[in-house]
Write a protein that binds this ligand. Structure first.
Ligand code: TPP
Ligand code: DXP
Ligand code: MG
Length: 648
């Protein structure tokens, strides 16, 4: 059990005295380097207990100290892109003693959050927003005649999103005083798919370039006297050539003055260059080279694995696994089913937006690499890229988390649905995701997809049905199909070797009943079945339906239900605004249904904080106990206490 002040148990020399960035300014370089080591130790120690985003923060320890040493937050505005690398920033801005609550229920957020600190200028969680936000802040500053600095810190992965270039293009035009620090560790979650950096790294490191250089050097060495002048010219030529091919040219073309690349782990060099550029006018870009996971060997050796960690053994780096056998994750079942289907149908391709492991498409990448595409953090492009493939008869499976798919809303409508293209949206992390909190909960996909004409929306009750839904989606080719499923493990049902076709729009009655109808969708089906068992103990006989489809609804079944029941409950792990329950209500209204009382149960119309999934399901009454309790309350059955059991 960590004490209230975890530092008390250790022998940190400098960290206990750092309560704000101002405290950094009295340190010399050596002390800053010592502090960097202590912060690394503190992060590793804490995150080994809590889990979280380890690698990114370890990679920016020196950079964070240098930025807060040179600039004057909170007067100067420091905007962190994505925010998963913000642990050092949090520790030195007054949250050291609560850092051990990070990503825990009612603890501090794993990302920057305006409501958490005045130093958290702009919240994040989704990537590539920092330059746009920084430009907005710089514009406000100039309106107000203020003189603070604005600094955006963005990773090379986040720089693969078009939004970053939209912002840079606009900043280059507006000529605002703005500093962008590119934290280039050549990693996204997986190795980065940034053509620019790969191109330049290859080119500059390439043999031809260096052979050419030494050829010119040797040649000019044979020309007596003249040689020096020609060598100077050659050096200028090389400088010119390099200027054209270094990343700088790309940013200079967008109106940014480029500085770098500079070693992102050398505090003295970082402070020097930041002091040199901080008073320059116009948009500035400083290119910093760092290593993700720096200072912790396991994270340095496997940057991908240590991007996001569960609690682990500090000494070995081994992440703890429960010894109880777990059902496979929905992600794994999906990834394996994609490969099984792709082997049968060579028109099937898989597309991810920088999340190969997270979506399970890494399995396809390994088995059939030519039909796997990682487009970078570019969800909008991923969808329209899929649409292009579909016009030529391919069957793109676009695997994007629910929350990140929000970015491609117009592409889904304009490029896919309007053209009735056969694109499959595999929507992982639908529902409450847990520790990542409100920026990552997949709380809205049923609502934002349901309003799209021609969109088929399915949600499996378990991992076996996920397989059948995916198979069905590859066969149904009248337009786009969305399948949404939760973060985490399946329910533990056996998996068939083959697939069964599901009739589009067809639901299944899992339990007959007399007193009330519970219509559940997706991973709310099993909790609804369990809630029916609880209600049974109070003499309430509930029907339970696995609705399977939010669009099209099983209207025939609903007609029967509205005939037979005067109490109907819908349960979904989606906002109650515009989701599955709304669809049922709209249908009932369209049929002139009266004398039926409805309970639309799901995620309330608010942003839900972070915590574990069971904690959040319990808080929102989306576990079996909670659903039963909600039903008892709403329909005023005799109020009785329900034995407290967690969601299982
Ligand atoms: C819009 C969006 N898509 C995907 C993600 C998932 N994601 C979180 S961090 C990350 C990689 C970011 O790479 P980079 O910006 O280079 O930061 P690093 O982790 O290397 O420090 C990704 C893809 C996200 N946060 N936002
Ligand atoms: C910071 C970020 O957006 C990703 O790392 C995200 O946290 C991954 O989520 P999962 O852990 O659910 O894959
Ligand atoms: Mg990176």
């Amino acid at each position: 059990m960590s004490s209230k002040y975890p530092l008390a148990e250790t022998n940190y020399k400098i960290l206990p005295s750092i309560n704000s960035p101002d405290d950094l300014k009295r340190l010399n370089i050596h002390e800053l380097e010592t502090l960097a080591g202590e912060i690394r130790e503190f992060i590793i120690d804490t995150i080994s207990k809590t889990g979280g985003h380890l690698g990114a923060s370890l990679g920016v320890v020196e950079l964070t100290l240098a930025v807060h040493y040179v600039f004057n937050a909170p007067k100067d505005k420091i905007i962190w892109d994505t925010g998963h690398q913000g642990y050092v920033h949090k520790i030195i801005t007054g949250r050291r003693d609560v850092f051990h609550t990070i990503r825990q229920f009612r603890g501090i957020s794993g990302f920057l959050k305006r409501s958490e600190s005045i130093y958290d200028v702009f919240g994040a969680g989704h990537a590539s927003t920092s330059i746009s936000a920084a430009l907005g802040i710089a514009t406000a500053r100039d309106f107000d005649g203020a003189d603070y600095k604005v600094v955006a810190i963005i990773g090379d992965g986040a720089m693969t999103a078009g939004l970053a270039y939209e912002a840079m293009n606009n900043a280059g035009m507006m000529r605002k005083n703005l500093i962008v620090i590119l934290n280039d560790n050549n990693m996204s979650i997986s190795p980065n798919v940034w053509a620019v950096s790969k191109y330049f790294t290859d080119l500059i490191a390439s043999a031809h370039y260096n052979k050419l250089k030494s050829f010119i050097w040797d040649l000019t060495g044979q020309l007596d006297g003249m040689g020096d002048r020609i060598r100077k010219l050659a050096a200028r030529v090389e400088g010119g050539v390099k200027a054209i091919i270094t990343p700088g040219m790309l940013f200079e073309a967008l109106g940014f003055r480029y500085f770098g690349p500079v070693n992102g782990h050398n505090i003295a060099k970082l402070i020097k260059i930041l002091n040199e550029i901080k008073n320059l006018n116009g948009p500035i870009l400083v290119h910093v080279i760092t290593q993700k996971g720096k200072g912790y060997k396991p994270a340095e050796e496997d940057e991908q694995k240590y991007h996001g960690v569960t609690p682990f053994d500090k000494i070995t780096g081994k992440m703890y696994k429960s010894d109880k056998p777990q059902p496979p994750s929905y992600t794994k079942v999906f990834g394996e089913a994609v490969v099984q289907l792709a082997k049968r149908n060579n028109k099937i391709v898989g597309i991810t937006a920088a999340m190969p492991e997270g979506t399970g498409l890494n399995i396809l990448a390994k088995e059939i690499p030519e039909r796997f595409f990682d487009v970078g953090i570019a969800e909008q492009h991923a969808v329209t890229f899929a649409a292009g493939l579909a016009t030529e008869g391919y069957i793109p499976i676009c695997a994007i988390y629910s929350t990140f798919l929000q970015r491609a809303f117009d592409q889904i409508i304009h490029d896919v649905a309007l053209q009735h293209l056969h694109v499959i949206f595999a929507i992982d992390r639908a529902g409450l995701v847990g520790a990542d909190g409100p920026t990552h909960h997949g709380a809205f996909d049923l609502s934002y997809l349901r309003l799209i004409p021609g969109m088929v929306i399915m949600a499996p009750k378990d991992e076996s049905e996920l397989r059948d839904m995916l198979y069905t989606a590859t066969i149904y080719n009248k337009g786009p199909v969305a399948i949404r499923y939760p973060r985490g493990n399946g329910v533990g049902v056996p998996l068939k070797d083959d697939f069964d076709l599901i009739e589009i729009g067809k639901s299944e009655i899992l339990k007959e009943g007399r007193d009330i109808a519970i219509l559940a969708i997706g991973n709310m089906v099993y909790p609804a079945l369990k809630s029916a068992e609880i209600l049974q103990r109070y003499g309430i006989d509930a029907m339970v339906v696995n609705m399977r489809f939010v669009k099209p609804l099983d209207e025939k079944l609903l007609d029967m239900i509205f005939e037979k029941f005067n109490k109907v409950v819908t349960v979904e792990e989606n906002t109650i605004r515009g989701g599955f329950g709304s669809a049922v209500l709209e249908y009932a209204a369209s049929k002139g249904v009266v004398n039926v009382k409805f309970l639309i149960h799901g995620i309330p119309d608010e942003f839900i904080e972070h915590g574990t999934q069971p904690e959040l399901w319990q808080m929102l009454k989306l576990d079996a106990n909670g659903i039963a309790e909600k039903i008892l309350e709403t329909f005023e059955f005799d109020k009785v206490l329900i034995p407290q059991k967690t969601h299982s």
